[in-house]
Design a protein around this ligand. Structure first.
Ligand code: ATP
Length: 441
C-alpha cells in the first residue's frame, strides 16, 4: 500500500494533476500546484459538493467571506488562545514534530522519525495560525491572520445572511475557500498542507434539535462520499472521545478514509453548540440571537458543522480510483494499463476525440465532431501516436469516453465510442453522439 501513494504522486506529476510548487527553486515543502487536469478535477469535486449541499436543498445558502477577517474574530473564537498543536523537539537532531503524531516504542517512549532517538522534551503549544501585517505600519495593531477555517465567516455573517436570504431555522450557510494552518508536520502529498481549500457548512438549529441534526448530517455526508464512488469498505466513522474534542465541540465524528498511509480523517462533523455565536455576541456587543415567530422565543441557535478538505477529497478519489490491470493489445497479447476509474461526474476530461490518423481527409470531420462535444463537456482532441497508446493516455486520467473518427466515418457518418472501464465499443451515427453521451454522463 505505501507504494500506491508513490504511484499516485508520479501519475499526478506526469499528467499535470498536481506537482511540487516552485519546483524551479527546489520546491516549497508542503505546497502543491494543480495543473490543467487537477484544476478540472477540483472544479468537479467543488461542483458536486455545492450541488448536494446548496443547489438540491431548500435550507442551505452560499457565502464567500474574506480570507483576512478582523483579528477580533480570532480572539473571540478562541483561535488566538487555543488553536494550537503540541510541539516537541528531538533532543538529539533538534527536528520538531507534532507530539500526537509520533510513533511510540514498546516501553511507550516516543521515537524521533528522523534519527530514532527517544529524547523529546516537554511539549509546547504551538499556535497554527499564520500571522501577517495589514497595511504599511508594523505594530501590534496591524496584526492580521490568514483564516485557519472558513467557518468563522458563517458565524459573524449569520444575522446578515439570515435576514437577506429571509430564512427560518433550521438553515445552513455553505462556503468553499482557502484556509491556512502553519502545520508542524505537513506531509503525505496533498493530505496535510499549510494552504488548503475547505468545503464547510454551518447548519443553525434550535437548541434541543442539535443531536438529531448531527445524526442526519453524518448520514448525508457519508452518502455523498459513497455517491462519488469512494469504496464503502474504505470509509468509516470515528466518534471523538471527550479528550479528542476540539475546544468548540460538544460531539464530533470524523469520516475516515483508508488512505495508503492508514485510516485518516477525510471530513469532520461537529456539534459546535452556540459556542461561536455566543462568543461573537459577547465580544462584538451585537445581538446574534434568532427570533422564532411561531413561539415568540428568542434564542442563540446551535450549530452542526460539516467540514471537508477539497485537497483531501481529491486525494481520496485518486487513491480509490487508481488501478493497474492486464489488458489485451491490438496484436493479441496482453499489456498493463493504468486506469483512473473516477466517477464520471468527477473525470477531468469527459470525452476525447481521436482521429484514427492525422491524414488531411479525416481532420475536418474529426474537428467538426470535436466542436459538437466541446460545447457540452471538457474534452480533448488528440491525434498524436498510435490509437492504442492514445486510449491508454485517456484511461490513465480517467476519461470515460473516447470517440474515434476513422476512414469509414467519411462514408457512413458513424463514429466508434469506447468506454473506459469495459473497453467495449459502440458504433453509432455521429448525429446521435451527443444524445448518446448525455445519457451516460
Ligand atoms: P487534523 O486533526 O488532521 O489536523 P482537524 O481535525 O484539525 O485535522 P478540521 O479542523 O476538522 O481538521 O478541518 C476540517 C477538514 O479540513 C479536515 O477534515 C480536512 O479534510 C481538512 N483539513 C484540515 N487541515 C488540513 C490540512 N492541513 N491540509 C489539508 N486539509 C486539511
Amino acid at each position: 500500500m505505501p507504494d500506491l501513494i508513490d504511484d499516485i504522486i508520479s501519475l499526478a506529476k506526469r499528467r499535470g494533476i498536481a506537482f511540487q510548487s516552485s519546483e524551479i527553486y527546489g520546491g516549497l515543502r508542503s505546497s502543491w500546484d494543480y495543473g490543467p487536469l487537477g484544476v478540472e478535477l477540483r472544479r468537479n469535486i467543488r461542483a458536486a459538493w455545492w450541488r448536494s449541499m446548496v443547489q438540491l436543498r431548500d435550507d442551505v445558502v452560499g457565502l464567500e467571506a474574506a480570507i483576512i477577517m478582523s483579528p477580533l474574530v480570532w480572539e473571540a473564537s478562541g483561535h488566538v488562545a487555543g488553536f494550537s498543536d503540541p510541539l516537541v523537539e528531538c533532543g538529539n537532531c533538534h527536528r520538531r514534530y507534532r507530539a500526537d503524531h509520533l510513533q511510540h516504542d514498546e516501553a511507550g517512549a516516543a521515537k524521533c522519525p528522523s534519527c530514532g532517538a527517544s529524547s523529546f522534551g516537554e511539549a509546547k503549544q504551538f499556535n497554527l495560525m499564520f500571522k501577517t501585517q495589514m497595511g504599511p505600519v508594523e505594530d501590534e495593531g496591524a496584526i492580521a491572520y490568514l483564516r485557519p477555517e472558513t467557518a468563522q465567516g458563517m458565524f459573524v455573517d449569520f444575522t446578515t445572511v439570515q435576514t437577506v436570504a429571509r430564512r427560518k431555522l433550521p438553515f445552513g450557510i455553505a462556503q468553499i475557500g482557502k484556509s491556512f494552518r502553519n502545520e508542524i508536520t505537513p506531509g503525505n502529498f496533498i493530505f496535510r498542507t499549510r494552504e488548503f481549500e475547505q468545503m464547510e457548512m454551518e447548519f443553525f438549529v434550535k437548541p434541543g434539535t442539535d443531536d438529531e441534526w448531527f445524526e442526519r448530517w453524518k448520514e448525508h455526508r457519508m452518502a455523498w462520499c459513497l455517491d462519488l464512488g469512494l469504496s464503502k469498505d474504505r470509509l468509516r466513522f470515528h466518534d471523538h472521545e471527550p479528550d479528542e474534542l476540539a475546544h468548540y465541540a460538544k460531539t464530533a465524528t470524523d469520516i475516515e478514509y483508508a488512505f495508503p498511509f492508514g485510516w485518516s480523517e477525510l471530513e469532520g462533523i461537529h456539534n459546535r453548540t452556540d459556542f461561536d455565536l455566543s462568543a461573537h455576541q459577547q465580544a462584538s456587543g451585537q445581538d446574534l440571537s434568532y427570533f422564532e415567530q411561531e413561539t415568540e422565543e428568542r434564542y442563540l441557535p446551535y450549530v452542526v458543522e460539516t467540514a471537508i478538505g477539497l485537497d483531501r477529497m481529491l486525494l481520496a478519489c485518486l487513491c480509490d480510483a487508481y488501478r493497474v490491470e492486464e489488458a489485451p493489445t491490438a496484436k493479441g497479447d496482453t499489456d498493463k494499463r493504468t486506469v483512473l476509474g473516477l466517477d464520471r461526474s468527477l473525470a477531468p476530461i469527459k470525452v476525447a476525440v481521436l482521429p484514427l490518423s492525422r491524414k488531411d481527409t479525416l481532420v475536418p470531420e474529426a474537428r467538426r465532431i470535436h466542436a459538437l462535444v466541446k460545447t457540452e463537456w471538457m474534452t480533448q482532441y488528440d491525434d498524436a501516436g498510435a490509437i492504442g497508446r492514445r486510449y491508454r493516455r485517456q484511461d490513465e486520467v480517467g476519461t470515460p469516453f473516447c470517440v474515434t473518427v476513422d476512414f469509414d466515418t467519411l462514408e457512413d457518418a458513424q463514429v466508434t465510442v469506447r468506454e473506459r472501464d469495459t473497453m467495449s465499443q459502440d458504433r453509432l451515427p455521429a448525429g446521435n453522439l451527443v444524445a448518446y453521451l448525455k445519457e451516460r454522463l
